[in-house]
Design a protein around this ligand. Structure first.
Ligand code: PEP
Ligand code: MN
Length: 260
């Protein structure tokens, strides 16, 4: 299989501008769950950049559990992300939810995020495979590591080698956290595959209070990077406020991680 260590013994390094993912130094991606306004995304972008992030996350197309919840700013959100990139130099990671919007999202994004709910949307995986752009493939809500790696194969086998895997927690019986972050998956993937692994402690825990500890644990386990939800006012966030760090909490975590 193309994702396996046997096929490709050396670790894959994905280059996004001057950001190198999988090259040894953990890459920090940070930003709000959703792009909400110009002020919100620009303020967050400047703050996470100053704190040591090199990539800006922000959803313009949001896969919400309820159709009545905020669905994202769509192309307007993508334009705001591009503006934030222009101002800060941060690389943009944003979700593409369906093949129809792929050409538009690919025009603005540096890294295409495939969300957990789409991990087995095989048509979408093949289409992002054809773009050749860096892809961050999130683990499905109830996916085994084997299923997750097979989804990566769909992208790789279309000729796109720039795939990173993102552990974002899986569904278990536990209720104190939103998901159960599978730290085991990090060393397992590093053993089985040459692809970089990114950890998402924000979705992995669902609780801002637990994000710093799980961020440190992820790096200790061998993650090639972190993706963290950060919001200037989590209490007012339009999505995922309870798991979002404030700008100050993010800055503090970066200091503790030695990233600045
Ligand atoms: C997100 O990154 O905001 C998101 C929706 O993640 P996931 O697909 O892992 O739930
Ligand atoms: Mn989110």
């Amino acid at each position: 299989k193309m994702a396996s260590r046997e096929f490709h013994p050396e670790p894959t390094i994905i280059e996004v501008g001057n950001v190198r993912i999988g090259a040894g130094t953990p890459v920090i991606m940070a930003g709000p769950c959703a792009v909400e306004s110009r002020e919100q995304i620009l303020q967050t972008a400047h703050a996470v950049k100053a704190a040591g992030a090199t990539c800006l996350r922000g959803g313009a197309f949001k896969p919400r559990s309820s159709p009545y919840s905020f669905q994202g700013l769509k192309e307007e959100g993508l334009k705001l992300l591009a503006e934030a990139r222009k101002e800060t130099g941060l690389a943009i990671v944003t979700e593409v939810m369906d093949p129809v919007n792929l050409p538009m999202v690919a025009e603005y994004a540096d890294i295409l995020q495939i969300g957990a709910r789409n991990m087995q949307n095989f048509h979408l995986l093949k289409e992002v495979g054809k773009t050749g752009k860096p892809v961050m493939l999130k683990r499905g809500i109830a996916a085994t590591i084997e299923e997750w790696l097979m989804s990566a194969e769909y992208i790789l086998s279309e000729g796109n080698p720039n795939v990173m895997l993102c552990e974002r927690g899986i569904r278990t019986f536990e209720k104190y956290t939103r998901n159960t972050m599978d730290l085991n998956a990090i060393p397992v993937i590093k053993h089985l595959s040459h692809l970089p692994v990114i950890a998402d402690p924000s979705h992995g825990t669902g609780v801002a209070r637990y994000v710093p500890a799980m961020s440190k644990a992820s790096i200790a386990a061998g993650a090639d990077g972190l993706i963290l939800e950060v919001h200037p006012n989590p209490a007012k966030a339009m999505s995922d406020g309870p798991q979002s760090l404030t700008l100050e909490q993010f800055d503090q975590l970066m200091k503790e991680l030695g990233n600045r």
